[in-house]
Design a protein. Structure first.
Length: 432
């Protein structure tokens, strides 16, 4: 779909000495679907030795969209205990990349190789390491604002504990936080600034890793934050478990609702408060929703949402276990056809659906389906365990139609919920 420059920055010290670039720049897509010359980049950083007291090795992958004139925030994706085995995958995720382009975000994922009972607390050095990596990428990418950009946090299990530790230590820098089966039931108190941060706490009930107290973590954290009148909500997804969730589909619109109200205006670095005229409440037991300004009674046990859309999404998520995408993806563009003696070679580009990604592309000859890209499996998806992305490098957007007798050819995009885009058709086929 796009060529992305990959920069490898590796060192055993806090300051990385070398910059090694592989890959090449290429045509990417601007937000309106037209070709542009910006180059996306993925920076890879490794910390070892004295610079990494919290793990035997720490890897970071940072996606920076080439279309962004100014980075407005950083989506930080923190894995759970033992999940470092999957390595860095999500900066390569086309859905997260499109989300980043839409909002001018960087996407940062970690892979911390070591004892999670050490790295799970930001005070172990993981917070300072994160800041150091962002400082490095800020200087190398030409985006100095990265160094102080606010965070969207996503953490699974022990990584959820880490995100709650960040809420304790750096609440003024967090736009919104999603904790996926956060573990180990932290007993700390939160500062007053934490009451500004929208928080989504997902758990899967008594069977959600009981040894790690995930249900207790969600319920107790929710109670603490709601006593502070924080915009916190709790989501119990019945029938799922500690390592099975479609939380990504809920998390992205949750972040978007928070960013609409909280991102600073102009050159300010100060996050804004939610607009109380827009907030909604939801009952975790009955799932009844109400506008907060019209609610009468004690709301301390109710979820508090940034807006009506988030409240409605939450209700669907806790009812069905997922959040469906009701809109079709954008149509593919830039369709080109090359004719050989025996075939037609189709190439195209496409924007990825922010809500649910792309499952496949349908290929048509004379209005008849003749194949898909890829031929088998998903174009790109994520596992429902740790939200890891696969395949890392999707299939080339290229298809060969055997024979040259076509009157027309076309391509459709299909998202992960089966919604189909408008078909992009080429009727003026090359004659030679």
């Amino acid at each position: 779909m796009r060529n992305t420059a990959v920069a490898m920055l590796t060192s055993v010290a806090c300051f990385v000495a070398g910059l090694f670039v592989s890959g090449c720049s290429g045509r990417t897509s601007s937000r309106d679907g037209r070709p542009s010359i910006e180059r996306d980049s993925i920076y890879r950083v490794t910390l070892e030795g004295e610079s990494c007291p919290f793990a035997s090795k720490a890897e970071y992958g940072v996606f920076v969209p080439g279309s962004a004139k100014r980075i407005r925030g950083v989506l930080v994706l923190q894995h759970g205990c033992t999940m470092e085995q999957f390595g860095i995958t999500r900066p390569y995720d086309l859905q997260y990349q499109e989300f980043a382009r839409k909002w001018d975000l960087a996407v940062l994922e970690t892979a911390l190789y070591g004892d999670c009972f050490l790295w799970r607390d930001p005070q172990s050095g993981t917070a300072e390491a994160l800041f150091s990596v962002l400082s490095l990428v800020a200087s190398k990418s030409g985006h100095p604002e990265l160094e102080g950009a606010p965070f969207l946090l996503f953490g699974h299990s022990g990584g959820g504990y880490w995100t709650l530790g960040m809420l304790r230590d750096y609440p003024e820098r967090i736009i919104a936080l999603v904790a996926y089966s956060a573990a180990f039931d932290p007993q700390w108190d939160y500062p007053a600034e934490a009451a500004e941060v929208p928080v989504l706490l997902r758990h899967a009930g008594p069977e959600d890793a009981p040894f790690a107290a995930c249900e207790a973590t969600a319920r107790n954290t929710f109670a603490r934050l709601r006593l502070m009148d924080a915009p916190a909500c709790i989501a119990f997804t019945e029938g799922q478990n500690h390592n099975f969730s479609y939380l990504r589909y809920m998390a992205i619109p949750f972040y978007e609702s928070a960013m609409k109200q909280r991102l600073p205006k102009g050159k300010s670095m100060v996050l804004r408060s939610l607009n109380p005229k827009k907030t909604w409440l939801g009952d975790p037991g009955t799932l009844e929703l109400s506008k907060e300004s019209r609610f009468e009674g004690d709301a301390v046990g109710l979820c508090r949402f940034a807006d009506k859309a988030t409240a409605q999404n939450w209700k669907e998520y806790v009812t069905t276990g997922t959040l469906s995408d009701k809109t079709p993806p954008s149509a593919p563009f830039g369709l080109k056809v090359e004719k050989t003696d025996t075939s037609l070679i189709l190439t195209w580009d496409a924007r990825v659906d922010v809500e649910s990604g792309i499952a496949r592309f349908n290929i048509f000859k004379n209005n008849t389906l003749v194949g898909t890209v890829p031929a088998e499996g998903p174009y790109q998806t994520f596992d429902t365990n740790g939200d890891n992305t696969y395949p890392l490098h999707p299939a080339e957007l290229r298809f060969v139609i055997q024979g040259t007798d076509a009157r027309s050819v076309g391509v459709e995009a299909v998202n992960r919920f089966g919604s189909v885009s408008k078909r992009t058709i080429c009727k003026e086929l090359p004659s030679s």
